[in-house]
Each structure stands twice: as C-alpha cells, then as structure tokens.
Design a protein. Sequence first.
Length: 158
Amino acid sequence: MAQVPEAVQPFVVMLAGAIPFIEGEGASPIGVIGGIHPVVAGVAAAAGNFLIVLVVVLLSSRARTAAMARRGSRADAPQQHKPESKGRQRFRRYLVRFGVPGASLLGPLAVPTQITSAMLIASGTPRRWVLLWQAVAIVVWTTLTTTLAWTLFPAAQA
C-alpha cells in the first residue's frame, strides 16, 4: 500500500472490496493496516462491496425475469420437474427460518455477499429488499472488521 500514491489508496481498497471472499470485511483491514484512516478504509471497502452486489442483483433480477417469462410461455407444454438440489433445499430452509435479514447478516460467515444476493434474487425476493439487507450486512461486517483492525494494529495509524 505504501507504494501506491495516497490519493489512489482508497480506490485500491474499493477494488479489493469488490472481490468475492475479500469483500468489505477483508478490504477494510487491509487498508487500515496499510496506513489509511479507518473511516476512509471502511467507507471505501463497503462502497466497493456494495457496488458489485448492486451489479449482481440487477443482472440476477433480469436473468430471473427472463427465465420466468420463458417458463410462462411454455405453460402449455408438459412440465418436467427436476428434484431440488440439497444445497438449494438447505438455502430455502434457512431463508424460511431466518428470512432475508438473517440470510444477509449471517451469509458472509459462509459465502460471499454476491452469491447470497444472487441466491436471494433467484428465490424470488424483491430487489429492494435484497439491496437493503445486503447494505445493512455490508455496513455491519465492514464496521466490525475495520474497528478490530484499528484496535489491533494501532501502530499502522502512526
């Protein structure tokens, strides 16, 4: 991070926040340890994470709409039902048990927010609801990891 010009460092953190499995909660500590002010690192990481989630939600929503329209146009054809995969069944159970808020807030413990968002859209959850709760989850997790990094590595801020 020290080799990157100071004005560009938040954009590097923002790009890192857009990468699955790094996301805001991984990018903000990278920025803090790299010497960026914790607030700047947290905002940049969360923004990068949310922007890529927004793109995934918009694309997934369009794909679902197209698939549902195509399925509806074949309503007169005999339907062949494939059994649901075990992973999809498990996701549905968790979605019913915890709802969209729980899936969004607990999802980062298991899978990236991009995958959680796509799965929520595929299950028929409205875009606005997914975006709202993904934003809440990104802010919560990024704030938590930024605060931890700032607390554990105070020498990086000197």
